[in-house]
Design a protein around this ligand. Sequence first.
Ligand code: UDP
Length: 456
Amino acid sequence: MEERKERRIIMFPLPFQGHFHPMIQIARILHHHGFSITILHTSFNFPDPSYYPNFTFRTIYHHNEEQEDPLSKPDASGMDLVTFIRQLRQSYADPFRESLAAEVGGGETECCLVSDVVWGRTSEVAAEEVGIRRMVLITSGVASFYAFAAYPLLRDKHYLPIQDSRLDELVTELPPLRVKDLPVMETNEPEELYRAVNNMVEGAKSSSGIIWNTFEDLERTTLMNFSPEFQGLIFPVGPFHKHSENILLTTKNKENHVTTEWLDKQDPQTVAYVSFGSLADIEEKEFLEIAWGLRNSQRPFLWVVRPGMVQGTEWLESLPCGFVEDIGHRGKIVKWVNQLEVLAHPAVGAFWTHCGWNSTLESICEGVPMICTPCFTDQCVNARYIVDVWQVGMMLDRNKLDKKEIEKVLRIKEMGEGMRESCLNWKKRASVCLSEHGSSSKYLEKLVGHVLSFDS
Ligand code: UDP
């Protein structure tokens, strides 16, 4: 499609894998529809722009760059996520304003800023100052955002802060969520969590529209509950990674190749793929229970253990001597995989996941049933929907992570049958939404028109 050079969208992703990738995916989609794309990215976790040749990247440096500063570390280690996000917002608020002002003064016609919703008011203030319209990208599901938006009510009704005695109680205002499913994070600064969530929700309400990585069929009811508040400016155009512009753009490396060769040798639908995403970490004790559970299940498994994912260790050194040799070819432990390729492989029969939103959508789109062990925030909401609403998975609570329970869950062969059918049904519905006259395609057309209608 011909590029309308003068029409530019500036994007401001949150610098974490699970947020950056969907932003890049929607950027590709919009680029395909004729927009030029500039990405303002924090110096923290700055990506390699050579992977994204169609986009212009600008680095935003924060003012303490030279000092020994927590944000100079390549991950959020040692800090809870709430504190980390506060620091991120504070450190980059002014530099972002300056970068945006420099961009907008550059002579091209900007249509709008698309900012990750988690930046909240940081991007709102900056956009207002330079006079550019701002849309937000939400990289989590509608149900979890709806729960975040309900924080004031949840506090009024004393569901929050969560009390251990009420964990299994139904949240009658947000069925089917139970108290333990509410999207919270462990933090030393509980008030900061409330502030951060409020900031995010208000930032979305005051935006010129919400781009959502979901599809209407999957979250129709929650979307309908939500829409009146957001005045019809919601664009559920997902799943982003299934739009043609994003397919086949996955990077190949040697490790992928080795993993694929291993998967090729396994029987169809037998492998348990195990990954807890790009951020969650686990205790060494949990790691060992998982290891023994996987081993004892006698089921083939592909397990992603990110370096640093197990607290206090570098990688696999806490496994008992001889463990890896013992599992032999039946199990494979890797540092990272191309998850989209793995989930699409016919050998994969189940995905044991932390239920991050990207992982959830990716699994649904490949028809792979899930074993759900959510860790924090939206993951608990996603897990409840996976199990109770979409019926494409079963729960394995994090507090039940013992090797016997894990072995039992992994051995349940029937899990595949009814759920796989249900999963395949959702997979089909996702493709229908993405087809020419499907809802995601229609919303995308509307989105493009909406963006073009902004006065610069
Ligand atoms: N991912 C991957 N390889 C891995 C683990 C994860 O490519 O070994 C990708 C996965 O496909 C997904 C993203 O990382 O797109 C993780 O996002 P998600 O929202 O599931 O979880 P988060 O990392 O944000 O907790």
